[in-house]
Design a protein around this ligand. Sequence first.
Ligand code: ADE
Length: 237
Amino acid sequence: MSTPHNAANAGDIAKVVLMPGDPLRAKFIAETYLENPVQFNTVRNMFGYTGTYKGVRVSVMGSGMGMPSIGIYSYELFKFYGVEAIIRIGSAGAYTDKLDLFDLVLADGAWSESTFAKAQADVDGDIQYPSEELNAAIRKAAEKLDQQLVEARIHSSDVFYHEENVDGHKEFYEKHGCVCVEMESFALFHNAKVLGKKAACLLTISDSLVTSAVTTAEQRQTSFHAMMEVALETAIS
Ligand code: ADE
């Protein structure tokens, strides 16, 4: 069994999957944290691995950037591979100076201008929600690891580069209550909902649209460990 985008066979993928956007980060997590990782996908270099973490089976797979990409991979994982929960782990740009670089944000909702939910299932509305149960497990794992989380609404944007006449970050913060921006969770949460599965999103602040501060690639590599460890601890809980 396989899909157009995933070469895994039935049973190759664990019930809980961690999804970073970058497939090389999936490789890094598998090689750094998982015992006996086995690669189940290389199609389009969207690497996926299954191994064990503290003795419990866990998978990690890249989602790519943007909602069409995570929409495809998460749908196939939920629908065809028996995956029950996906925890997205990613980076985000801050919309408020109340967030510092490297802060961890747990999404309690994803607002979006995206038509993904409408196009996919004729669902109206501009906010999609994560699983409360999964968020509670993430909160508990973070407490156990003594890791602070900011729980807030996030913006799932369709656009990374805006022209200068479009500068919406103030409005997204003030009008829609979004504290930071990423590009995937609205579609992930929607897919989980229509398929009766669970999804959550944990983000590390990598840049600020308010102060223009940015993290270096090296800083991102090391700072993301906190997020990865919280997600892994949740996956085995
Ligand atoms: N992910 C990290 N930083 C981002 C930004 N500024 N916009 C969208 N997605 C992001």
